[in-house]
Structures are given as C-alpha cells and as structure tokens.
Design a protein around this ligand. Structure first.
Ligand code: ZN
Length: 374
C-alpha cells in the first residue's frame, strides 16, 4: 500500500476516518454511527486502498479514504482569503433556508459551507452571507459570498478554481455543474465526485481560467458528466467544455423539465437525481454534429435568401458574395469539361466514318482484283 501518493496526488491525511487499515471490508464513516446499535458494527462498506476510495452498500455512496495536497500549483501569484474568515458554524436560519432547497446539515458540514457578514458591492453595505469555501488540498483558495438577495461575489484577486475540486480525486468519473447549490444537491443524492464552475455561464465570453488551474485533476477521467443549465449560456459553456475536454469523455444529463440539479432534487427526489446521473449519455461524435451544422447553415441560407432579400444584412451579403465567387470559379471547370466531351464525341464520330470509308475502299479493291484475275 502506498502511503505517500495515489495517481500523482500526494496524500495529506492518510486514512482520514481512521478505518481498519488494509481491511477490504468495514464500517462506513458516513452512516454507521447513525445506524441502530445492532447494525452500527456491520461491515457495510468496502475499501479500495489502491484507489483511495470506499463504497458503502447501506447508504449507497462512495467516500475518499484520504485527503490530498494540491496538485499543479499555478505560477501566477494570487490573493488568498484568510482562513480566519471562514466560519463553518451555520446558524439555524441559514440551515432552515438550505432545508427549503433540499440540502441537509450533514451535506453542509461535509462540503464545508460557512456563513458570516461580508461587504457586498451590489448593496453597498455588510450583509449576512452564505460562504462557499473553495479549497484545493489544505489551502483555502477562494470564497464565493451569496447574500439574501441572491447577489454574489468572489474573493477579490483570488485564483479561480472549480468548487469542491478535491472531491474528484481517485474517481474515474466526475460531474461538472453550474453552481455551488447543484454540488450540494448531488452530494445530497450520494454523488460526491462533483465540482462547479466558479462564475456561472455567460453567453459570449466563457472565461475558463479555472479549467487551466485544475486541469491536473481532470486528466485521468474517462467520463466527465456535464450537468450545466439547459439555457443558452449553459449550452455555450457545455460546448466549450466538450471542445476543451474532448467529446469522447463527455456525457450529458437530461434534467427534463428542470433547469438544474437543485431543481431536479426538489421536484423528483434524491433517487431520481442519482438515476439521472447514472443514465447520462455520451456526447455525439464531432463529425456527426458538424454535418448537421452544415445542413442547418444551408437551410438558413436558403431561408434568408428567399424571405429576407429586401433587408440584406452584412452576413447574408458575404454569403451571397461567396456563392457568386464559387459559381465564377466553377464556371471554367464546367466549360473545360463540356469542351472535352465535345472533342471526344468528334473524335469518335470521325474514327467511325474513317473505318467505314476504309472498309468500302477495301471492298472495291478486292472486287477490282477479282475482275482483273477473271
Ligand atoms: Zn454508509
């Protein structure tokens, strides 16, 4: 058993729950203490020390056996929030609010959500805020503050990374969502290997700094499930992820009538949310989508050409110009082909008539010779 590192990640705390070392079966650090006394010693979990993961068959979830140090620190120097700022004591009011969103206190404690007063530029004063702590290894890298009016801010000048990035070490797969609330929702459903983008999705300029800062964590994944919002910015972000991570490892979740994981949790419950993740489908391969793109483009072109001739915009003009240009370029090729066909036809006709004439001549000569002999 390697006590130093797993898959290139240096172990920070070996065996963080003090489980029975080298055993392959044992208690579950998440549920055993909450079970009835007669069941609390049951070996409901299996431990995989090679991968650093445990799986519980009672609470139907997985957990990491160790904690890890940060892998691949960035060269740029960033501001860091002081760990003193972090207050993990969730007051009852905040706890109650999370409950209305389907999130339990144990999830808040497990993921390390805090709360406290913070100056919010949107309101110009200090507000009570929920604080999502962005850890990487044992380092607090950033904090996302959220006040009661749904205003957000990140710690000024701090590095941008995925939220909950440590959670995916050791797993072959992970889920990427668009907000911290969705991380908590999936955690609630027993899916622990889930991370969130730090700054939501925007339509045009999806700044993916955080992906570069965390790329070491995603390199070994064979399945990356993209569960971003089903709106236009979400789809743009999804497309950018597929481009950067490769279509072959990317999978998509269908949240049906819901816009995100948290809404799906509230509508359908934890079991259905887990099922939605388990049945994620692979992103269609690039070639296929490109073909459809072209087909759509052509349809659009014909449509705009027919219906919007009067209000030609620059794009349509350029397309029109390109069409004319391609016709002009193709015209000489067409002419050459026609002339070649005509030439071949002429050659064939001439050859056939020549052969006919020669045959006639041959006949006449034979006749002449035979009359001469006779
Ligand atoms: Zn368990």
């Amino acid at each position: 058993m390697n006590r130093e590192e797993i898959n290139g990640f240096l172990i920070d705390t070996f065996n963080q729950y003090s489980l029975k070392e080298e055993a392959t079966q044992g208690i579950c650090p998440l549920c055993s203490s909450n079970r009835q006394p007669k069941n609390s010693k049951k070996q409901c979990a299996s431990y995989d020390w090679e991968r650093g993961l445990g799986t519980c068959h009672n609470c139907n979830t997985t957990f990491q056996l160790h904690t890890y140090q940060r892998k691949g620190a960035s060269e740029k120097v960033y501001e860091r929030p002081e760990v003193v700022d972090v207050n993990l004591l969730i007051q009852t009011k905040v706890e109650e609010w999370f409950k209305t969103r389907g999130i339990s206190k144990s999830t808040l404690l497990a993921v390390g959500v805090g709360e406290g007063k913070e100056f919010m530029p949107q309101t110009g004063r200090k507000e009570n805020t929920i604080q999502f702590n962005y850890y990487m290894g044992d380092q607090l890298i950033n904090i996302k503050y959220r006040d009661g009016r749904k205003n957000f801010k990140l710690y000024k000048g701090a590095e941008k990374i995925f939220y909950n990035i440590d959670s995916i070490i050791g797993y072959d797969s992970c889920v990427i969502v668009e907000g911290e609330m969705d991380v908590l929702a999936l955690h609630e459903a027993g899916i622990k290997n889930v991370i969130s983008v730090p700054n939501g999705a925007t339509l045009n300029s999806n700044n993916l700094d955080y992906l570069d800062n965390c790329i070491d964590y995603l390199e070994d994944k064979t399945k990356i499930i993209l569960a971003v919002d089903a709106d236009e910015p979400g789809l743009a972000l999804r497309q950018e992820f597929v481009r950067r991570l490769g279509a072959e490892v990317c999978f998509l979740i269908d949240f049906k009538d819901c816009k995100d994981a948290n809404e799906y949790l509230l509508e359908h419950g934890t079991d259905e949310l887990k099922k939605a993740v388990d049945t994620a489908t692979q992103v269609p391969l690039e070639g296929v989508s490109t073909l459809f793109d072209i087909e759509d483009e052509l349809k659009d072109f014909v449509k705009t050409g027919l219906s919007r001739v009067t209000k030609l915009d620059l794009k349509t003009l350029i397309r029109f110009f390109l069409l004319i240009l391609s016709i002009l370029l193709l015209l000489p090729v067409f002419l050459v082909l026609v002339s070649l066909t005509l030439l071949i036809r002429w050659l064939l006709v001439t050859t056939i008539s020549m052969v006919g004439k020669l045959r006639l001549l041959h006949q006449r000569i034979t006749q002449r010779i035979s009359t001469l002999i006779n």
